[in-house]
Design a protein around this ligand. Sequence first.
Ligand SMILES: NC(=O)C1=CN([C@@H]2O[C@H](COP(=O)(O)OP(=O)(O)OC[C@H]3O[C@@H](n4cnc5c(N)ncnc54)[C@H](O)[C@@H]3O)[C@@H](O)[C@H]2O)C=CC1
Ligand SMILES: O=C(O)[C@@H]1CCC=N1
Length: 278
Amino acid sequence: MTTAPDTQTLANISGTVVLAGAGKMGGALLTGWLARGLNPKRVAVIEPHPSDDVRALAARGIRLNPTAKEAGTVAALVVAVKPQTFGKAGPALRPLIGPSTLVVSIMAGTTIAMLDAVCGGTIVRAMPNTPAAIGRGITVAVAAKGVNEQQRATADALLRATGAVEWIDDEALMDAVTAVSGSGPAYVFLLAEELARAGVAAGLPANLATKLARETVAGSGELLYRSDLDAATLRQNVTSPGGTTAAALSVLMGEHGLKELMTRAVAAATKRSKELAK
Ligand SMILES: NC(=O)C1=CN([C@@H]2O[C@H](COP(=O)(O)OP(=O)(O)OC[C@H]3O[C@@H](n4cnc5c(N)ncnc54)[C@H](O)[C@@H]3O)[C@@H](O)[C@H]2O)C=CC1
Ligand SMILES: O=C(O)[C@@H]1CCC=N1
């Protein structure tokens, strides 16, 4: 799906939207919802350690750690605690879940069956990523049986507030999704770190190397985003025959190069996602 964020659906959600866990990802979702017009008075946050930013939102009408009664009818409960915390946190969320409450989980490796067993509700499992904090995330979502069209539209609006959304039918793909787009931003940031470090090794002052690496990764990402060309063509456009880029790519694309490393890295993350489900 590539449609624009559905601000209408977000504004029209009837009932409370509860966020459980307002850390890095939950906080990014919350920022997106408010930026896209969700009324703060309709939002409640369950968070034992609220950041200053989250506390400040209370002044805008967000309810912080309300009781189930104070939360009222919960249209959607978004679960953004750590998967390892969910066993303890999940049962405490049960009183918030009514017969028509949509439960959207963004927890890695936590299956629809596990969510159903621990807290119940009508479940959408999703995997966002941290560029959500600037509205440029990509989320993959899968709906459990029993999610109706209206609930699916609500989940879509909540997730699309932070960027693009892709819906899939096969939950088994979520482990590989997590390994590619959920964890993927970390691989890109590591590229910026290592490019800077290699620049220092090649003789650049550290601050210049850091700036060059950061701007190069950010600018290349922006070019990839805005261009109609695919990544391989954009790469070829940098590469003059017999030139400097070709010399570097012969290392990166050579034996035991980035292809092998990335395949192993994504396989390791996929395996870890599967382990979290045990
Ligand atoms: N950070 C990332 O790049 C991504 C994270 N995720 C998923 O998002 C979830 C949260 O990850 P982060 O935001 O990175 O972690 P985080 O540690 O920043 O946030 C978790 C929050 O949950 C809170 N919390 C702990 N116990 C709680 C309870 N009983 N009730 C309510 N809140 C509670 C913590 O105080 C913390 O603020 C994880 O399940 C992770 O798998 C998904 C996609 C990307
Ligand atoms: O590292 C993790 O487990 C989470 C899920 C994807 C990104 N961060």
